[in-house]
Write a protein that binds this ligand. Structure first.
Ligand SMILES: Nc1ncnc2c1ncn2[C@@H]1O[C@H](COP(=O)(O)OP(=O)(O)OP(=O)(O)O)[C@@H](O)[C@H]1O
Ligand SMILES: [Mg+2]
Length: 311
């Protein structure tokens, strides 16, 4: 079942006070997200990711095109009760404490006091904010604000969550916790739609991704389809390499550099290294490691965005 669908979704913003102009932030976007998947929307700054989420949340209105969530128009009141949304810059009522904020959202969703209490406490624990729960939000660091924001997003036990840069501001431990939280949501049947600039996290989490550039979709699909998963090169680390072996490496490798007593060599493919292996052993060198290198999302992203910029 499709839980999010956009057809020709387009948004022009007005800008300029004296001479009114319009800027196209999103240009005929067609997207679909299946139930239960983790879907990542990526793209450079200003690509239209936040605009897409705001259109889906009904916070801004499309210039043309349409969108549905759970099969309903985005402004259907039924939709609001079933989804959670973490905005890019959450501006909470900063005089509230973290705990009060969760209760406030619980009230908005019409939860009874005992249910609010039980969910708030469980979520505070889950996002590691139990200790700071009684401090006002204005005293929170960026990462703490982000954590309480996630807890707020989950107060109504949504079927579908939209997260705008959920990893931003989190320390490495926080990022790892967020990654496992997103996986846990998926395991419990929640669909996750998020945008992020942290591509290794996107790569580790997403079933499918879409790449936006200047408001246009340049690519979408399963990671295994859009990335070239074949081994592209082999990175070999050698120790005790004599002069003649170093010369042989330089001749047949794509990249060689020395780090202390070690030589790091990149071969275009495994075969090049296989040919050199007898010389390595004869020359008395030691193989410290051999690592196959596959294409990463980051590399693919930079190439696709550059290519889109040229055309
Ligand atoms: N309220 C607004 N009024 C005018 N222009 C806007 C408004 N909001 C966004 N834009 C423009 O729309 C384009 C897309 O912005 P958007 O915030 O969707 O990008 P983004 O992909 O989320 O970028 P980032 O990675 O920096 O968060 C940009 O050119 C931006 O300047
Ligand atoms: Mg954004």
């Amino acid at each position: 079942m499709l839980v999010v669908e956009t057809v020709g979704l387009t948004k022009d913003y007005d800008y300029g006070h004296i001479k009114r102009s319009r800027r196209r932030a999103l240009d005929h976007l067609d997207l679909s997200v299946e139930q239960g998947e983790i879907f990542g929307l990526i793209g450079p700054n200003g690509a239209g990711k936040t605009t897409t989420l705001k259109l889906l949340m009904g916070l801004v209105f499309p210039t043309s095109g349409s969108a549905t969530i759970l099969g309903l128009p985005v402004d259907d009141p039924e939709v609001k009760s079933q989804i959670g949304y973490l905005p890019e810059q959450p501006y909470f009522y900063d005089y509230l404490t973290g705990r009060e904020l969760l209760h406030h959202f619980g009230e908005l969703f019409g939860l009874s006091k005992p249910v609010r209490k039980q969910r708030a406490e469980a979520l505070l624990e889950k996002v590691g904010m139990s200790e700071a729960a009684d401090e006002p939000l204005r005293k929170y660091s960026k990462g703490m604000t982000q954590r309480i924001g996630i807890a707020q997003t989950l107060m109504n036990e949504p079927k579908l969550v939209f997260l705008d840069e959920p990893m931003s501001g989190l320390d490495p431990v926080g990022r790892r916790e967020m990654t496992s939280l997103v996986r846990e949501l998926q395991r419990s049947g929640v669909t996750v739609f998020f945008c992020s600039h942290i591509l290794p996290d996107v790569e580790a989490l997403c079933d499918r991704v879409a790449i936006l550039n200047q408001g246009k979709l340049i690519e979408s699909g399963r990671l295994s389809e859009i990335l070239d998963v074949s081994i592209r090169s082999v990175s070999v680390v050698l120790e005790d390499v004599g002069e003649s072996l170093e010369r042989a490496c330089t001749e047949c490798a794509i990249d060689v550099h020395r780090v202390g007593a070690r030589l790091e060599v990149s071969f275009a493919e495994g075969a090049d290294f296989d040919r050199l292996l007898p010389a390595v052993i004869e020359g008395g060198a030691r193989v410290v490691s051999v690592t196959p290198v596959k294409q990463r999302l980051e590399e693919h992203f930079v190439r696709e965005v550059e290519r889109a910029g040229e055309s």
